[in-house]
Design a protein around this ligand. Structure first.
Ligand SMILES: [Ca+2]
Ligand SMILES: [Ca+2]
Length: 378
């Protein structure tokens, strides 16, 4: 047994030396990159606990609790079954603003329904679900689904689920992609292609803009959103959103009550096969993006950098690119686009970004699935 322990010790020392920090120079800041935690398939979401431990959701259905040092991680039991297929799986993870007292966490995932009674005709359909549960050490207890769509909205494609979760002003906001049913993003009777808002317990708030209006989905906060996979709240209360465009027209938006973001009536993108979706990029009553990436970078997770550790990046918006495999900082002033800089190019799809409790920047990468951490050099 002693031998095994010393072997493990030697192995862990060797492997930490294998990850000598890379130094990266950017316009304003030089920082180092270190591997923080490994052994994931597709790390999709990250959220810090008040204890400074990190929760990581893996799209394959596993949820992990990672020690502050990053050295150990342990799987959390009690996660509901998810449809791990195409773009589906276990998606975002978020920690209740008052976790210290109630230990509540929220997850988003693709939930499947098998329809048809015999094998020939059975098919799987799916839609985004949001659940909350109490995290007791390494187990989810009292799981409650706080958002589910009617079965009629489930679709067979298993793409465009959204689905980030953020909190603001004692409410939970979450994004649901358009399910690749683009016209439904404009339809207030369907939940796809929308940002939704519920109370922290999962009830529909009385001041939601489309509550009790002729069959509309009461939880809708905004509509005309294509596939939003980034949501972040700034300290000033601004809710920022990124969404995937088709070919071109990835967007950075500010999310405001009841607003129509235009998809698919207006867009800066075109169909994947090169044909036009629409002739117009703007229209009365439809909000313009603060910025659009054309061609697309496949914009995914985002975070607002508000710490003083990387002081030169303060109040910048960090966004991740799946397709072009980099992390970008977007400078905005008075909610207007100013400039952008590619600040980290790991050579892997960049899925998500999160600012740690001490201001370091945590980045979730794919192929292999891992979390790296960025710290400024002195
Ligand atoms: Ca997060
Ligand atoms: Ca738009």
């Amino acid at each position: 047994m002693k031998q095994i322990i010393s072997l493990l010790l030697i192995f862990s020392i060797c492997s930490s030396q294998d990850f000598d920090a890379d130094i990266v120079k950017t316009k304003k800041i030089t920082y180092q990159v270190e591997t923080f935690s490994e052994g994931y398939e597709i790390p999709w979401g990250m959220a810090f606990l008040p204890s400074k431990e990190l929760l990581v959701s893996d799209r394959n259905g596993a949820l992990y609790r990672v020690a502050q040092s990053g050295k150990q991680k342990k799987q959390i039991l009690g996660v509901p079954e998810v449809l791990y297929k195409s773009q589906g799986g276990l998606l975002d993870i978020a920690v209740h603003p008052n976790f210290s007292n109630n230990k509540l966490i929220y997850i988003s995932y693709s939930h499947e329904i098998a329809t048809g009674s015999n094998k020939t005709f059975s098919r799987t359909t799916s839609f985004t679900r949001i659940a909350m549960a109490r995290l007791e050490e390494y187990t989810l207890k009292d799981l409650k689904v706080i958002y589910k769509a009617d079965a009629k909205h489930y679709t067979p494609r298993a793409i465009h689920f959204g689905s980030r979760i953020v909190f603001y002003d004692d409410h939970v906001y979450f994004s649901v992609g358009d399910s690749f049913e683009r016209d439904e993003a404009q339809d207030l009777n369907t939940p796809n292609g929308k940002i939704h808002r519920l109370t922290l317990k999962g009830d529909v708030p009385n001041d939601n803009p489309f509550k009790n209006k002729d069959g509309t989905v009461s939880s809708i906060w905004t509509y005309g959103n294509r596939n939003p996979q980034g949501l972040a709240v700034a300290k000033d209360g601004t809710i920022w959103e990124t969404e995937h465009g088709p070919r071109g027209g990835d967007e950075l938006n500010i999310i405001s009550k009841g607003v129509n973001y235009g998809w698919p009536i207006i867009t800066y993108g075109i169909n994947y096969i090169g044909t036009k979706i629409t002739d117009i990029t703007e229209k009365e009553g439809m909000e313009q993006p603060v910025w659009h990436w054309t061609p697309s970078i496949a914009v995914c997770g985002m975070a607002i950098y508000e710490h003083s550790l990387f002081n030169a990046w303060k109040d910048n918006i960090l966004v991740t690119s799946l397709k072009d495999e980099y992390l970008e900082r977007v400078v905005v002033k008075d909610n207007k686009f100013v400039s952008r800089e590619n600040i980290y190019k790991p050579g892997s799809r960049v899925r998500d970004v999160e600012v740690g409790p001490n201001g370091r920047i945590f980045v979730a990468l794919e192929g292999p699935g891992r979390i790296v951490v960025l710290s400024p050099t002195q």
